[in-house]
Design a protein around this ligand. Structure first.
Ligand code: 13P
Ligand code: ZN
Length: 323
């Protein structure tokens, strides 16, 4: 009896408890650091180590959260963040000497001179938290908005994500339309949303309405709806132009048989938006797996009542009568 108890405590319980405590404490420490990193000490500007800065830590946490959700197999997905002027100033002394300019492949004059933190092409999201300096880059755009150069990161070589044209064109559209508030563009390979692009018509109105119906919070979280791009070759100018056009109307754009792009003000809002759309898609996939016909659902008048109470305006184009 004594032997059993001691065996359980020493071999099973304590080691597991220690691992558990370490994981919980690491998470708490990361949260504390994200919340307390300061750029002023005794009234003087503190030149921050790039990896200590709040935006880099927030970026890494978001990328890892996405990986934990299962949206980033292999090198799937990419993330970009437009730095604030004060963040650029804070890290400037630690940036690498300027190197060669490289063409972006699209023109984004509205972003001339801006700095972005981006994921590297071919880099795995699961490795970002382990070795951010290998997986990420800070890039600077030139005064014409047609070239970029790497100023930090990718220490083992490489280049920014192959979806840089789409990220930057989306940033340009959103910067203008939100007076600079939107700073994050996120692309993930969201399983359920991708599955729906095989069974629903590739139409903004149908996707928006079906996603809204699948979870009550949806019309409040994305009242403008979602846009859908039919299958296209990824990574180039053509898909970037098409996506950015839809980003003028929506914060969410679904790429058929590929994934999703979301735009938002900060890491929490952008991650939360993509998470909400994908959760709703998961519910819809479950519904459609059980039956082709819903017995009851949220009606157009229910949506109108919701809009009134939650003070959002829901475009009537999505509240059409179904046969
Ligand atoms: P990158 O590795 O170049 O970012 O590409 C991943 C991806 O998801 C392409 O759409
Ligand atoms: Zn992709």
């Amino acid at each position: 009896m004594w032997f059993c108890e001691s065996f359980f405590l020493k071999i099973v319980y304590k080691p597991h408890k220690t691992i558990y405590n370490t994981l919980v404490n690491n998470k708490k420490q990361l949260k504390r650091e994200i919340n307390t990193t300061e750029n002023h000490i005794n009234g003087r500007i503190y030149i921050m180590k790039i990896l200590e800065s709040k935006f880099v830590r927030g970026f890494i946490k978001m990328a890892d959260d996405g990986y934990q959700q299962g949206w980033h197999e292999r090198n799937g997905g990419n993330l970009s963040y437009r730095l604030k002027p004060e963040e650029v100033e804070m890290i400037k002394p630690r940036l690498n000497a300027p190197g060669e300019w490289t063409p972006i492949g699209v023109e984004v004059p509205g972003l001339a001179g801006e700095f972005f933190l981006v994921t590297g092409s071919g880099k795995y999201f699961r490795n970002i938290i382990v070795d951010p300096e290998v997986c990420l880059a800070i890039i600077e755009l030139d005064e014409t908005g047609t070239n970029y150069r790497i100023r930090w990161g990718l220490v083992e070589g490489g280049r920014p994500t192959s979806e840089l044209p789409t990220h930057l064109m989306n940033h340009e559209v959103k910067k203008k339309l939100t007076n600079g508030r939107h700073r994050v563009i996120y692309h993930a390979h969201t399983t359920n949303t991708i599955a729906l692009t095989f069974v629903l018509p590739l139409d903004d109105k149908v996707f928006t309405r079906e996603l809204w119906e699948s979870a009550t919070e949806c019309p409040v979280v994305f009242p403008d709806g979602v846009g859908v791009v039919g299958w296209m070759v990824p990574g180039g100018r053509e898909i970037a132009v098409k996506t950015a056009e839809l980003m003028k109307k929506y914060d969410v754009v679904i790429w058929a048989h590929h994934g999703m792009f979301c735009s938002g003000e900060d890491f929490d809002l952008t991650f939360g938006l993509l998470h909400t759309v994908e959760k709703s898609a998961e519910i819809l996939v479950k519904i459609l797996s059980m039956t082709p016909r819903k017995l009851q659902t949220i009606t157009p008048d229910n949506f109108r009542a919701l809009a009134k109470d939650f003070k959002v305006s829901l475009p009537e184009e999505f509240l059409y009568e179904k046969e």
